[in-house]
Design a protein around this ligand. Structure first.
Ligand SMILES: O=C(CO)[C@@H](O)[C@H](O)[C@H](O)[C@H](O)COP(=O)(O)O
Ligand SMILES: [Zn+2]
Length: 197
């Protein structure tokens, strides 16, 4: 395959990933909007975490909650658990990297808060442990995964929401994840401000 064809194939594959995700995930995504809106309007907070590209996604999502998405509105309570280098290095150094999110959930999480857990494999131990800590705090989980969901499948409760992208490549899953997070922001704004469409 020449390089131009290789590049074109990324777009073709991404379109397929978006279409299959729309088919599989739209109802759960709508439920996730309701869950987030209910929490945010009840003085609860959204905690988000992930590793690597998913860390970037978590802080991107939270920036749009605390700042704004497309329209001016009140600030919304979100915290990215992967952004504080002092906490990440102190907890990682003292308790191990697998504890970096769990420890923050234990410190910050309150009943009714939501954990947005982002992992393409569904197998990152620090994210799995954050989910367990969130359950102990009576928090609900919105999990964004791919590759069948991995070990997260056995951790989630009926009351949690699993948005599992039907794809096996990390980059494609991440591309759909950012669409899912933007769609959640759009849904929250539509409920808060009215539907401009
Ligand atoms: O962005 C990428 C690959 O596209 C990487 O940084 C990727 O996020 C890292 O390898 C992560 O550690 C993968 O973790 P996870 O998605 O399996 O939880
Ligand atoms: Zn990436």
């Amino acid at each position: 395959m020449d390089m131009t064809s290789r590049m074109t194939s990324h777009f073709d594959d991404a379109v397929d990933a978006f279409r299959s995700s729309a088919r599989d995930l739209a109802p759960a995504l709508a439920a996730a909007v309701d869950l987030l809106f209910g929490a945010l309007t009840n003085n609860a907070r959204i905690l988000a975490c992930g590793n690597g590209g998913s860390a970037a996604d978590a802080q991107h999502f939270v920036a749009e909650l605390v700042g704004r998405f497309e329209r001016d509105r009140l600030p919304l309570a979100g915290i990215a658990l992967n952004t504080d280098t002092s906490i990440m290095t102190a907890v990682g150094n003292d308790y191990g990297f697998n504890a970096v999110f769990e420890r923050q959930v234990a410190a910050l999480g309150q009943p009714g808060d939501i954990l947005v857990a982002i992992t393409t494999s569904g197998n990152s131990p620090n994210v799995l442990r954050a989910i367990e800590a969130a359950h102990e705090r009576d928090m609900q989980i919105i999990a964004l995964t791919g590759k069948g969901g991995g070990q997260i499948n056995s951790l989630l409760y009926e009351t949690d929401i699993h948005l599992c992208v039907p794809h096996d490549r990390t980059m494609r899953i991440q591309e759909v994840h950012i669409l899912l997070l933007h769609a959640l922001c759009d849904g929250i704004d539509a409920l808060l401000l009215g539907d401009p469409l």
